[in-house]
Design a protein around this ligand. Structure first.
Ligand code: 5GP
Ligand code: MG
Ligand code: MG
Length: 184
């Protein structure tokens, strides 16, 4: 098999259709919660970029986007534990209704770090939308307000999520085989 479609061997956890249906449901919930208001979707690069693109088009309330980038994971499947801001917000969020959009809420270190950072800017409100939630891995006391799917402790790729920067463009969410070799 060529390296470009090796992911076809990885089991599908959520299909494109399941992701689209769940994203639409979250969009309707956000529309109801923020009726008559404006929201700023703050995507966490790079993993949440695709979820943010689909979620933003599932909501009809007035909305703007911004992105931040943090690093916490190395090349492989293990976290280094430390979170570092690599790209800050471009737009002021003071007095705004913020929804932080994440691909996965795992240990919670990233979202805790971001929540503390954003709260210093005094937004009007701050909520979190996470496509996936791995509650069993949590180290920090943080929950998402909107969750796509709760999953057990498996490493996943696709729909924005990478392994060593690959597989972000895979359209469904797939389970990474635990014995997959480290790539360089
Ligand atoms: P945290 O542990 O800080 O909650 O999660 C940090 C980030 O690690 C997540 O937002 C996500 O980008 C990445 N991450 C956590 N679990 C996985 C996973 O199963 N697959 C991939 N590709 N990234 C993950
Ligand atoms: Mg992420
Ligand atoms: Mg990653």
């Amino acid at each position: 098999m060529s390296p470009s479609n090796i992911h076809k061997d990885f089991p599908i956890l959520f299909s494109e259709q399941q992701i689209a249906e769940r994203t639409a449901e979250i969009g309707r919930q956000i529309d109801a919660d923020y009726a008559g208001k404006s929201v700023v979707l703050v995507g966490v690069l790079k993993g949440a970029a695709i979820f943010l693109a689909d979620l933003a088009r599932s909501i009809t309330v007035d909305c703007t986007f911004d992105f931040v980038a943090v690093s916490s994971y190395g090349k492989g499947q293990k976290t280094s534990g430390a979170v570092k801001l690599i790209k800050d917000l471009d737009l002021p969020i003071e007095g705004k209704n913020i929804i932080v959009v994440e691909d996965i809420l795992d240990t919670g270190l990233t979202l805790c770090f971001l929540r503390n950072l954003f709260e210093q800017h005094r937004p009007r409100s701050l909520r979190v939308a996470a496509l996936l939630d791995k509650p069993s891995r949590r180290l920090e006391k943080i929950e998402a307000d909107y969750v796509g799917f709760k999953i057990p402790n498996h490493f996943v790729v696709g729909y924005g999520m990478d392994y060593a920067e690959r597989f972000r463009n895979v359209r469904d969410i797939r389970l990474m085989p635990p014995d997959y070799p480290e790539m360089h």
